[in-house]
Design a binder for this molecule. Structure first.
Ligand code: NAD
Length: 484
């Protein structure tokens, strides 16, 4: 393990994301030696905090290492009160940056992390350049959180503001699903096993199902959620990235550039649905209270409009315009207050062969990739029922990570922060992908907007969503593999 010399400037350093995700992730990199002596972190936000107060907050979020390691790590943290809209504040920030660069010999390597409201991303990027905060030696990189815009035009405007200042290879758009072990494992399964590579196409696959189910409601994110909804919050980014991982054409070499080019082909192949398509292929839902009334309906949650038509559930069929996948539906589903918290991918193989053993109908073999909370791969295949009959039944080959293996899995933010430090773009969202998936999502939103009175609420908390989500598959004789 080699130490990296780098300065982090975290805009929104007093916020929830920074405390819960970024500081613990940096600490892991420190414990593992990727960060050692030559690094510093500047947290900026408007409040007038002291360095000590800031460090105290950082320490409270670390739960590993020794007390000494924690103290040494936190000693690299500095706080700078900063309003991102005030140009003078960038002059003050630049002074601190220059001092720390010298003190820790950071070689001008700078990572600017946007951990605050997206409305401010453009302003920050522009000021970094106009106020001269970028170094001439070393690298300057920008890490951007979701949401990246709220529709195609706003995403385009945001991207423009950023690329005016930063080259594309300097911009790292976080999609933390791309930092998950089992999502990164997908290409290894696809391209590391010739027997899987050869069936990973429309000839052998019947349909693909992606479920990102949450059991919680909106909790403290109500304000944001009312402006977003499930389609923008989960489908536009995470689900689309997973589809790209499942389908991108095999690159000649597994380099960041080639991976991203291959993924771009998938995003470019996303359809733009007509209103009729949307009515046929997409279902939206909003949660009602649960069976015993102990959990509130969405419309009765704090800070939610009692007439809100925001969807907390979406299920749909996505048909890619790629020859390898022609006619193969990608069924996607995500929602809040569902029966269980689970992210899984089911690759459902064809079973349209005659049953040689009896007239019993054969089940479809399924390759399941469990992403969270469990991680691993399951293969469900047909086999013989034990005994003397010729009955066929399904058997499951299971390879789930055990607790020890699970402990070795780096957190998504730890992994992605390291990749950004190393300048590796392969697991970051690219603009082409953003553009393609926003066009796809916008068409659905436009169609939904024509019917401003959806029949909400339409699913009980603690179930797997509205009935219509099951009907979506049932009309072609299919069903959701994951039942909650
Ligand atoms: P937060 O409200 O907890 O923190 C926002 C930070 O921005 C605070 O430090 C605040 O002081 C600072 N800030 C706001 N206006 C400012 C201004 N004018 N000048 C300087 N500082 C200002 O928000 P968060 O939950 O940490 O989210 C930050 C970003 O990360 C958002 O884009 C959010 O969508 C995204 N995100 C958050 C999470 C999460 O788990 N919290 C998950 C995914 C994405």
């Amino acid at each position: 393990v080699k130490e990296n010399n780098v300065l982090f400037v975290i805009f929104g350093g007093s916020g929830d994301l920074a405390h819960r995700k970024l500081y613990p992730a940096l600490f892991q990199l420190y414990l593992k030696g990727f960060l050692n002596e030559h690094f510093a972190v500047i947290g900026t936000a408007r409040r007038p905090w002291t360095h000590d107060f800031f460090r105290q907050g950082v320490l409270e979020n670390l739960d590993e290492g020794t007390n000494e390691q924690q103290q040494e790590f936190a000693g690299h943290f500095y706080y700078q009160s900063h309003d991102v809209k005030d140009s003078d504040h960038y002059v003050a920030l630049k002074k601190v940056i220059d001092q720390l660069d010298e003190k820790y010999q950071l070689n001008g390597n700078r990572l600017f992390y946007m951990a605050m409201a997206p409305a401010l991303f453009g302003t920050i990027a522009q000021h970094l350049k106009s106020e001269n905060l970028l170094s001439n030696e070393g690298y300057n990189r920008l890490i951007i959180e979701k949401p990246f815009g709220h529709d195609y035009p706003s995403a385009l405007a945001l991207n423009q503001a950023i690329v005016d200042t930063f080259d594309r290879n300097q911009v790292f758009r976080i999609d933390h699903y791309l930092g998950k072990e089992m999502v990164q494992n997908i290409p290894y399964l696809r391209f590391g096993n010739p027997f899987l590579t050869s069936v990973w196409n429309k000839d052998y696959i019947d349909n693909v199902q992606i479920t990102l189910a949450e059991s919680l409601g909106v909790e403290e994110r109500a304000g944001y959620y009312e402006t977003a909804g499930a389609l923008r919050d989960m489908v536009q980014n995470h689900i689309m990235q997973i589809i790209a991982m499942l389908t991108f054409p095999k690159p000649e070499q597994y380099t960041d550039d080639e991976i991203n080019q291959a993924k771009s082909k998938v995003f470019a192949s996303l359809p733009v649905y007509s209103e009729t398509d949307v009515a046929e292929k997409f279902v939206r839902g909003q949660y009602d209270e649960n069976a015993d009334g102990s959990q509130k309906a969405y419309r009765h949650e704090d800070k939610i409009d009692p007439k809100s038509n925001v969807e907390t559930f979406v299920a749909g069929e996505i048909d890619l315009n790629l020859p390898e996948w022609q006619g193969i539906p990608f069924y996607v589903r995500t929602g809040k207050r569902l029966a269980a918290k689970n992210t899984c991918i089911d690759i459902v193989f064809k079973s349209d062969v005659a049953n040689l053993f009896s007239d019993q109908k054969l089940e479809n073999p399924v390759l399941t990739i469990e992403v969270q909370p469990e991680s691993g791969v399951l293969l469900t295949v047909n086999g013989k029922k034990i005994g003397t009959s010729n009955v066929v039944e399904t058997h499951q080959l299971t390879d789930l990570l055990d607790d020890d293996q699970q402990k070795q899995v780096p957190d998504a933010y730890e992994r992605l922060l390291l990749e950004a430090i190393l300048g590796k773009q392969g697991n970051f969202a690219q603009w082409e992908g953003m553009a393609g998936s926003w066009h796809f999502v916008d068409a659905i939103r436009d169609a939904w907007a024509k019917d401003s009175q959806p029949d909400f609420p339409n699913y009980q908390s603690g179930t797997m969503g509205p009935k219509a989500a099951d009907a979506l598959l049932a009309k072609t004789g299919r069903h959701w593999i994951y039942q909650g």
